[in-house]
Design a protein. Structure first.
Length: 256
């Protein structure tokens, strides 16, 4: 056997190993299950938003947000609008000095809608996959945390549940540290179960989400406590000046 042939063998092995595809991470599997396109490539998401908790309307109106910039706007059924310009949140024409939790609404509902594509955002950290109970099943799941300084509430955490057959997002368990200390938030975890999806522009997007009390050991607790629906979803660009804020608007600052 020639020396030249012996040299070629490791080179061929190296070439073969370099062409092997890397395994798709858990977050990537979920994103792929929701369509070949990426929500972040869409100029904007428009649709109807209705949120109910404990039998009471929390917020209802026309939602528009831009996945790539984070800018969002909600035109409320009762009049007025809420606007997030990418940094600051405002309300105008609502008949109140400051509309309650303006910033929270403008960031939270686009996040739950976009969740299948947000699991790999900069600043996210995903634990190894494990199985956890959810509504009579044990599903593949992973705990998601955030690098310090990420977003408004970097102390939040999520547990991400995927469908074992399709890899689609099944649920997000979570805590809310917005406006309250971490210790209290950890005492009241909840879970959002993704009940229905709709096909829009080649993507499978959420249309109905239910919210429940939740415990990491026992899973879902009791009856649902809330519901969010997204209807008449379409992808389109915002018109010029859509996120402009008039002088009469009132800013809602992040709670300290």
């Amino acid at each position: 056997m020639s020396t030249r042939f012996l040299i070629l063998i490791p080179l061929l092995l190296l070439a073969c190993s370099s062409t092997k595809e890397k395994p798709v991470p858990f977050s990537g599997q979920i994103a792929q299950a929701h369509g070949e396109e990426d929500l972040y490539r869409q100029p904007g998401v428009a649709g109807r938003l209705d949120v109910m908790f404990d039998g009471q309307k929390v917020i209802a109106g026309e939602l528009f947000f831009e996945p790539s910039t984070g800018r969002a706007r909600i035109d409320l059924d009762e009049g007025g609008r809420l606007v997030f310009d990418g940094e600051r949140a405002w309300s105008v024409g609502t008949g109140q000095a400051v509309y309650p939790m303006t910033r929270f609404h403008l960031l939270t509902w686009p996040y739950f809608f976009s969740a299948p594509w947000k699991l790999s955002d900069p600043g996210t950290l995903m634990s190894p996959i494990d199985e956890r109970p959810l509504q009579g099943e044990r599903l593949p799941s992973a705990r998601m945390t955030f690098v310090t300084g990420t977003g408004d509430t970097p102390d939040d955490w999520y547990v991400v549940f995927a469908d074992p057959e399709t890899n689609a997002l099944r649920a997000l368990a979570y805590i809310v540290t917005y406006g309250q200390p971490l210790e209290r938030a950890n005492e009241e975890p909840h879970v959002a179960t993704y009940e229905e999806y709709a096909q829009v522009g080649g993507l499978m997007v959420p249309s109905s989400i239910r919210f429940w009390n939740w415990n990491e050991n026992a899973g879902v607790q009791g009856a649902p406590i809330g519901k969010a629906t997204f209807a008449d979803i379409e992808f389109r660009s915002a018109r010029e000046g859509f996120f402009d804020v008039p002088e009469s608007a009132v800013e809602d600052v992040l709670p300290q």
